[in-house]
Ligand binder design. Structure first.
Ligand code: FES
Ligand code: FES
Length: 182
């Protein structure tokens, strides 16, 4: 069967077996940022964002993902232009072996998309499906708090520049960052 995804901003079609999960489809096609841990929905290593929500891609059937908008770590930032959540994880040394980190970052990004200013307890609860065997979690919580501050600063800078407030602008105006807005 074929699965069509709006993947990291591009429309992509992939061949998939009926038994494939979304994680299978992603990894078979080179999107290996999502990691395979438990393969049963219990560790969060495979977290991606599906239609705006963090999902464990190992338990999303490929057939159910057909037509969905999917964001993976590959679409978040690049080595030369990291996303604020990625920067915050690096700057807070919130990683050791790194295996859980793509999933942590994707779930953190979804969390901050829903609530740009969560409390530490809300972050802890929001990340509770994602396991880490290395860090003890405290630095990860520090990183997400820091990312929230960075994203708020970026939104404020865009607003002060006369544009719309960053990710809050999803209107039909077509304004571009720094472009002055309408
Ligand atoms: S590999 Fe998907 S939740 Fe563990
Ligand atoms: S950094 Fe090693 S599992 Fe999280």
């Amino acid at each position: 069967m074929q699965v069509e995804l709006e993947l990291n901003g591009d429309t992509e079609r992939f061949e998939a077996a009926k038994t494939d999960s979304l994680l299978d489809v992603l990894r078979k096609n080179g999107y290996t940022g999502a990691k395979r841990g438990c393969d049963t929905g219990a560790c969060g290593f495979c977290t991606v964002i599906v239609d705006g929500k963090a999902r464990n891609s190992c338990v999303v059937p490929a057939s159910k993902a057909d037509g969905s908008t999917v964001e993976t770590i590959e679409g978040l930032g690049s080595q030369s232009d990291l996303h604020p959540v990625q920067e915050a994880f690096v700057d807070n040394t919130a990683l050791q072996c790194g295996f859980c980190i793509p999933g942590m970052i994707m779930r953190s990004t979804a969390l901050l998309g829903e609530d740009p200013d969560p409390t530490r307890d809300e972050i802890r609860e929001g990340l509770s499906e994602n396991l880490c065997r290395c860090t003890g979690y405290e630095k990860i919580l520090d990183a997400v708090e820091d990312a929230a501050d960075r994203m708020a600063d970026e939104s404020g800078a865009v607003a002060a520049d006369g544009g719309h407030p960053g990710s809050g602008c999803d209107g039909p105006c077509g304004c571009e960052p720094g472009g002055g807005g309408t």
